[in-house]
Design a protein around this ligand. Sequence first.
Ligand code: SF4
Length: 255
Amino acid sequence: MDRALIEELRAALGASRAWLAEWIEEGVEGPATLGAAPARAKAAAPPAARPVSAQAQGDLLAPARSGQRPTLEEVRARLGDCTRCPLSAGRNTIVFGDGNPDADILFVGEGPGAEEDKRGLPFVGRAGELLTRMIERGMGIPRSQVYICNIVKCRPPQNREPAPNEIAACRPFLDEQIDAVAPKVIVTLGRPATGVLLGRDVSITRVRGVWHDYRGTPLMPTFHPAFILRQYTEENRRLVWQDLKAALERAQAPA
Ligand code: SF4
């Protein structure tokens, strides 16, 4: 076969793979998902946004405005037995966060799943086990050395994506957690978490592997481990290792 034609076919195949991965990440069922049990089944679209009261946000943002770093204990105390958004109605446990309060690397996911809701810890289900392997075997550091949290602290029903009003209500706590830990690097896991921190809709296949900035902290987006479980290909695993290696190198670089 003609060499130019082979190159053209190769490029087309590469582009199709990327698009397919993106569709799957965004919840569109494709041939590659057939026969695979999704780790986090996508449910109906989140309910429409409802505004969060200024008071609800204001009382949370006040400590950050003072310019002092809060402690995680202070943030957790302010969260209390939170009912600031509708997710409180269906939760068993508030999943605040877990790990080293002085971590150099802070991971942010989307929200707790069933196992997390039961145990009160982030990333302890199947996807969490993979994240732990990614951290411990891939990065070569104990999971307890990093800090892990989510955009929302209560489980969305049927593992749907958090709605804008839920994100808005919980967001000040995430920002305070980041302020408290003051990591050298933030790693966002998947499209929703990345989109929230970057403040725009993103295509995870386009933004992953590229350094961004979140309020002065370098931010590396990568695939959510649940996506890797669904699409357990050599290529996807290679890309995640690449992103985590970059995050580790940046976190360990001299200031
Ligand atoms: Fe409160 Fe966040 Fe839970 Fe909503 S998700 S009830 S804001 S802790």
